[in-house]
Design a protein around this ligand. Sequence first.
Ligand SMILES: [Zn+2]
Length: 603
Amino acid sequence: MSKRSTIDTEFAARARAGHAGVWLALCAIIVVLAAGCPVSAPTIPLPRGVKGGPAPVNTGETKTSFYTFDQILNTLAAWQQTYGPKGANLAKVVKIGESWEGRPIYAIKISKDADQTDANTPDILVTGGVHSCEWAGIETVMHMAKHLLEDYKKDDYVRYTVDNSEIWIVPVVNPDGLVYSRAKDDNEHRLWRKNRHPLPDGHVGVDLNRGYPYKWRLEGDDPRKSSDDAGGSDDPASRNYRGEADPSDPSKPKVIEKEIRGLIDLVDNPEHRFVLFLDYHSFSEVILYPYGYVRERMQKDFDTYEFLASGMTGLINRNRGLLSIAQKLTGDLGDVGSRYSYSQASMLYLEVTTGSGIDFYYGARGIISLGIEVSPAFTIRRFTYGAGFMIDPREIVPIGAENFHAFLFAADWAIGPPYVKETVVEQDGRAAFHSMQKPDEDLRAQVNTNKLAKGEAAVKLVFSKPMILPPERRIVSEKDEGVTTLKLVDTAGRLHRFIGPGYWTKTTYDGDTFVGVVSVFADSTFDFARGAVIYTASDGIGFVPDLDPSTPPVYMAGEGLWLNYERDRYSRSPVNGAELAGAAEERRETPAVPEGGGRPGSD
Ligand SMILES: [Zn+2]
């Protein structure tokens, strides 16, 4: 087996090199786009705590274009009607909690046979509206639910995603805040961020993304004053108020804010196996991963986060790139789309964040967790207090669409590695070998040559996934990149010359099926009656050879190669937050945040 590990390393290196090339090219494009970004003069930010006041700078927002809370409830009810257990059975609307003012908090679970629960199927949690002024995030997750349901029949990839996961979308985590933010057009209402928890001192609201029971208040941050606040505020008037008492104190379980209790209960339900959490906010066009509470980067899952965050930003940017160039040239929607970047959460705001959702679900529950700040981009114009929360209604669908692509990519990872379901070797139209595999089985495809002769043979592999997007994720490219070799061995384990340079003479990849044609021209010492063809494969890349004929060939699409995906890992086990490694890197692919950061709570 020692040969195999060498090959694994080689393949991993090639995989990384391949990705690096793609991302380098993307970076180059992004730098060009960023340079052309229009910047308007800033206006004066509204001081904190001011009641009433003028309407926020409106960049074309039309209130009626955005979902009200009631419209969301009606839409969920309509989906339940059409797609619920009495309809297509792709959706089930579940009440998971209640707000301080008694409004229901709903999740729509989207999966095949939605009324059934399978603890083995990976669960994905998607939230919007944690911060009530961030309407674009709510629109984005509603768009996601709509398209998962409506495109199920016509889109293979959507169908694959829904069939192989249980997706829980909570469009409005903070319904009281949403209702409040729509009640009046002044700053006090429209930019309301927190929940509507009435506090003892007369102030209202806790920042739900600072109130999770994980790294809630850092050591040395004095609860009695707010001048030393780090990552969240001890001032009830602050938009980032973290709440009255430590929610992780086991003697006071009720101090966890009502709006997030239901989410935590859902994740902790042993009937489910949550592997991915995506929290949609606005604004900044950036994808964030843990931790927020500390500047050092985590050790354990760094590669996974890099893969997911870079893949998602890459898909979004590719999707909107050309459109945005046109928009920039015409001055239309100038700072929206095409410039998403990614970074560790603590690098975004020039300060850390404590008690956040992504830190909790990752640090305390072991779930890979990402925060997505949708459009617009962070520009000087949008830096104006509140302006970034206002979007032109024409932006709603493009933002939803580009983030839907990115969601499918992340869900693909969550569903797990591909495996070969079926192997066929044919020669002259006759099957020389045929086998079926189960997900957890290694591919054992040793094809005895007694049914083969000199000449062309086709090796057909049917995978468990339609590898539709993105292109670099296809199992085998048509250029044979990744295909390494097939070997012809005799019973003594001697290798024989078998196939010409390039290994496959022809390959095709269509949907879930790969076909590689080999030319068998064994040397004269080879006895077809007693030999075997051995091959093996590596996920995401292609095939790796098993050079040791004494062991059966093994399909290498193992979980270890699926970017740290481990089927048994996500059992609600905490990640050791102490495993930190060095300084986190600055955000990728975008210009630095202007000086004077500390934006008014846009995450
Ligand atoms: Zn937010």
